[in-house]
Ligand binder design. Structure first.
Ligand code: NDP
Length: 296
């Protein structure tokens, strides 16, 4: 391996410590405790684990955590009325509805019902629009965490060629917008992009957010590039016993060519929760008119 390993676990721990210090100051100077409400509908095991981790890390940062675990059978209007209550609750500064929701609930209606100022996921159309227009707005957690890692690893990214593979609303598109806002020349590749390997090879910064195990091979990477692997894919172990998690990048090949690279696990994943805490802290600062700490 020649690439420098980007330590997302270490970076997320540092960010969480900084947030905890800033939260303590907010309590002292503004008598406010940031509160994050997490709403989980149904029994999806992966979502249960995410929600448990989010609640633990929220408390560790000195924030209040409000968990709402709802039955799979809840109606859309019951869920919307819970969100209306959370919107009105002064102790709640951030609201996160764990996705996916059951098929009988309209995800878009739920996202749009969250007060934009409390939308710590950054999925509300008002926040999406503000981020695109460069007018503030809440930045979605995974792209924000990825950008922090890129800036820590590369430094000044102005003028770099960035390629983002994937164009989802939660990762690919906001990632591309953030890189553009930081003056990269950005290409978005997706499932209809021809010659995708040669497009990827133009990248000084390559972000893979596809959901296909080890799709990005070593020969897709420009020597010395910064490679950010957002993918989380569960695949069967070679031994045939149990599962392991791999990214969208073929890590061992890629790390022979890249200049720096995130591992999976231990790269972007831990930054996502740290950025959720950052967004909750920032939402609290906005609500009390406190100047926030610099996140990056
Ligand atoms: P989506 O399925 O919503 O989007 C995947 C994107 O990849 C689409 O834009 C799709 O293109 C594109 N794509 C699919 N197949 C190909 C292909 N063969 N070649 C080129 N592009 C392709 O996924 P998400 O964006 O939600 O997530 C992507 C990955 O990131 C997943 O593994 C997910 O688990 C992970 N993830 C990780 C997080 C973290 O905290 N680390 C958080 C969120 C997601 P098209 O639009 O043309 O269909």
């Amino acid at each position: 391996m020649t690439a420098i390993l980007i330590d997302g676990k270490g970076a997320s721990q540092k960010l969480r410590e900084e947030i905890a210090t800033a939260v303590a100051r907010l309590k002292l100077e503004h008598a406010v405790t940031p509160g994050l409400a997490v709403v989980l509908v149904g029994e999806d095991p992966a979502s249960q684990i995410y929600v448990k981790n989010k609640a633990r890390q929220t408390l560790e940062a000195g924030m209040a955590s409000f968990e709402h675990r709802l039955a799979e059978t809840i109606t859309e209007s019951e869920l919307l009325s819970l969100i209306a209550k959370l919107n009105a609750d002064p102790n709640v500064h951030g609201i996160l509805v764990q996705l996916p929701l059951p098929a009988h609930i309209d995800e878009k209606a739920v996202i749009e019902s969250i007060a934009p100022g409390k939308d710590v996921d950054g999925f509300h159309p008002e926040n999406v629009g503000r981020v695109v227009a460069g007018e503030g707005g809440v930045v979605p957690c995974t792209p924000l965490g990825s950008l922090i890692l890129i800036k820590q690893a590369v430094g000044d990214i102005a003028g770099k060629n960035a390629v983002v593979i994937g164009r989802s609303n939660i990762v690919g598109k906001p990632m591309a917008q953030l890189l553009l806002a930081h003056h990269c020349t950005v290409t978005i590749a997706h499932s209809r992009t021809p010659e995708i390997a040669s497009v990827a090879r133009t990248a000084d910064i390559l972000v893979a957010a596809v959901g296909r195990p080890e799709m990005v091979k070593g020969d897709w990477i420009k020597p010395g590039a910064c490679v950010i692997d957002v993918g989380i894919n569960r695949v069967a172990k070679e031994s045939g016993e149990g599962y392991k998690v791999v990214g969208d990048v073929a890590f061992s090949e890629a790390s022979e060519v890249a200049g720096c690279i995130t591992p999976v696990p231990g790269g972007v994943g831990p930054m996502t929760i740290a950025c959720l805490l950052a967004n909750t802290y920032l939402a609290t600062c906005r609500s009390v008119g406190a100047p926030p700490m610099e996140i990056f």
